[in-house]
Ligand binder design. Sequence first.
Ligand SMILES: Cc1cc2nc3c(=O)[nH]c(=O)nc-3n(C[C@H](O)[C@H](O)[C@H](O)COP(=O)(O)OP(=O)(O)OC[C@H]3O[C@@H](n4cnc5c(N)ncnc54)[C@H](O)[C@@H]3O)c2cc1C
Length: 333
Amino acid sequence: MKDLIIIGAGPAGISAAYEAKKLGLKYLVIEKALIGNTIYNYPVGLTVFSTTDELEFIKNDLQPAREKPTREELLSYYVKFVLDNELKVQWEEEVLKVDKLGENHFRTITPKGEYESKNVLFAIGAMDYPRKLDVKGEDLLKVHDHFRETYPWVKKKALIVGGGNSAGEAALFLADEGAETTLAIFRKDWEETDPKQGCIKYWVRDPLVEQLKKRCLNLFFLGKVLEIREKDVVLEDENGKRQVLENDVVFVLVGSDADLTMLTNLGVETEFGKYGEVPVYDEETFETNVSGVYVAGHFTNTRHIKGAIEVPQKIIPKMAEKSADVGSVKAKA
Ligand SMILES: Cc1cc2nc3c(=O)[nH]c(=O)nc-3n(C[C@H](O)[C@H](O)[C@H](O)COP(=O)(O)OP(=O)(O)OC[C@H]3O[C@@H](n4cnc5c(N)ncnc54)[C@H](O)[C@@H]3O)c2cc1C
């Protein structure tokens, strides 16, 4: 019987594992893909927007060559952190189900085994369901829901649909490296400059404006995407006018959502907020309405890596304390 099963080895899961280890808890992290899988899926060579103090588990531990780390430096830091600290992480093992067997007693089921624990922390991120446009042709092979690298698209006609930083970065990479790039974006997203609104960050937007001036990038103020076809795309502009653009590849980068099924099957309540559907949890402990079930990271209201790391640092000691109290009550009974 473990004290804690942690589902997901992103920044939140790794941070939780490190705290659990420091406290001497019996814990295990189970990760369906790779350590830091969301970062692994960032575009190759991307410089992240956060500063090192927002990304590291221990102060001054992350030492990139420049002010901000690249995808590769960040991923290497997370992988080495797991290995150097001998954190108990099993990757390439997907959690399929968590059953509640009794009060603070859970069984976590994967294709490789079953694990019993007193507590379960969901640190599953929000990358499971990339949002779709729901238009005809979206299932064509040339349509991608995530952007990896530019080189297959040099001199190709690329369309990026989206208004956030990921769409902006993809457009910049593609325009920079010689793809004939069109960014289809709602005008309000292009004109939004408040970083809290999830808009394109200024250090991506400014070079995009440069690319526009150099005519290496086209901006299309979108009404809606009507259809994607083998050789072109049919768009409606902001004035309702239908336009057909020649096209070789489409990137639909309009965000993604978490899979909350395992949580709701356990009886965890959810609510709709700024980020869509999120689990309901105690603001201090991040424990849900199901005792012993905790949440942390990018599918809660605390988004981004800073929050994903800080929340487990705060809640794991509280969880350990509560578990010890429950244990002593059970022992006395
Ligand atoms: C291109 C891009 C650039 C970004 N840049 C930044 C940045 O500069 N700064 C910043 O703060 N944020 C950035 N973000 C957001 C950042 O990646 C997330 O905030 C961060 O990864 C959240 O960490 P997490 O641990 O909560 O979730 P994740 O990192 O998403 O980790 C969740 C893990 O859970 C695993 N998992 C899910 N379901 C299961 C299951 N059933 N069984 C087992 N494992 C499971 C997943 O495989 C994944 O590895 C960026 C995002 C993108 C897409």
